[in-house]
Design a protein around this ligand. Structure first.
Ligand SMILES: N[C@@H](CCC(=O)N[C@@H](CSC=O)C(=O)NCC(=O)O)C(=O)O
Length: 276
């Protein structure tokens, strides 16, 4: 693992690190904020999965998360959203290929040789973090934005016991029924739509739900709201009687201004679960 940068931040350290990823078969970069408390022992960890076109950097510099994480003594990890590099397949469209990994393991050419973001985020990166930093991996929570909200919800529901709480900002909630989903799941997983269901939070909510608290915010003026389909997830939450708070925030759009506005509440929500 190589240290790219480390900066003092709200009493802790904001680091950026790169490493050779076996899952993605390329070098991967991630951001990690460690609060001051990490100097004395392992601290709980909150994952932030980012959306389309993002690298590890967008949320790290725009979400305003570090101050609230420092207040609660929680570490934050900001993974990249896809494999990258010259030898890695890409597409001209912003919503496929590099910057658009969709948190799945691709099985189809030309994507399958690098696009293993599910394995990267659920296995390889957690192991690397545990081995190299003062993190209490028994106390993890997960959140994300848009494509990353989709990743947070699907990963949390698929790995019972791993995360104590899940939240999302404007998640893609029903990708098997959305143009933000059908295109990517088809490209990465192929035409057999039965393989897509494991990556749809509305379908996972209908099937199994999440064994902990859930918080989801979406703005009423989100320019992508028809692609996100918050109403599909809400209906599934209702039917399952899942413990959840789903909010439509009046006037907010899809941007990081929206995320930064509600970050304090999301981190306090996760802190309640991580310190219970
Ligand atoms: N370029 C596209 C839209 C890209 C976009 O809005 N990306 C969002 C995530 S969308 C869902 O995953 C984002 O987080 N962008 C980075 C940022 O820093 O804002 C278009 O123009 O339509």
């Amino acid at each position: 693992m190589e240290t790219i940068s480390e900066n003092a931040c709200f009493g802790g350290t904001q680091g950026v690190y790169s490493h050779t990823s076996a899952s993605c078969n390329c070098d991967m970069t991630f951001g990690l904020f460690l609060p001051e408390e990490a100097q004395d022992g392992p601290v709980p960890l909150l994952w932030f999965l980012s959306g389309l076109t993002c690298t590890h950097e967008n949320a790290m510099i725009k979400a305003g998360a570090q101050s609230w994480a420092a207040e609660h003594g929680i570490a934050l990890v900001f993974p990249d959203t896809s494999p990258r590099g010259e030898g890695v397949a890409d597409d001209d469209a912003y919503d496929l290929g590099q910057g658009a990994g969709f948190y799945v393991n691709a099985t189809q050419a030309p994507w399958s040789s690098h696009f293993k973001m599910w394995d990267y985020v659920t296995e390889e990166l957690p192991n690397l973090l545990e081995q190299n930093f003062a993190l209490d991996m028994k106390r993890q929570a997960i959140t994300g934005h848009s494509m990353g909200g989709h990743g947070a919800l699907t990963i949390a529901m698929s790995l019972p016991g791993r995360f104590r709480s899940v939240s999302a900002f404007a998640p893609i909630s029903h990708p098997t029924a959305s143009d933000w989903g059908r295109k990517q799941l088809g490209a990465y997983l192929g035409d057999d739509q039965s393989t897509w269901a494991a990556h749809d939070s509305t379908l996972l909510m209908r099937e199994k739900g999440f064994d902990g608290p859930m918080l989801v915010d979406t703005g009423t003026k989100d320019q992508f709201i028809d692609l996100l389909q918050p109403e599909a997830l809400a209906e599934a939450v209702n039917t399952r009687r899942q413990q959840a708070v789903l909010r439509l925030q009046p006037g907010y759009d899809h941007s990081y201004f929206f995320i930064a506005t509600f970050m304090e509440e999301h981190i306090a929500f996760h802190a309640d679960a991580l310190y219970a």
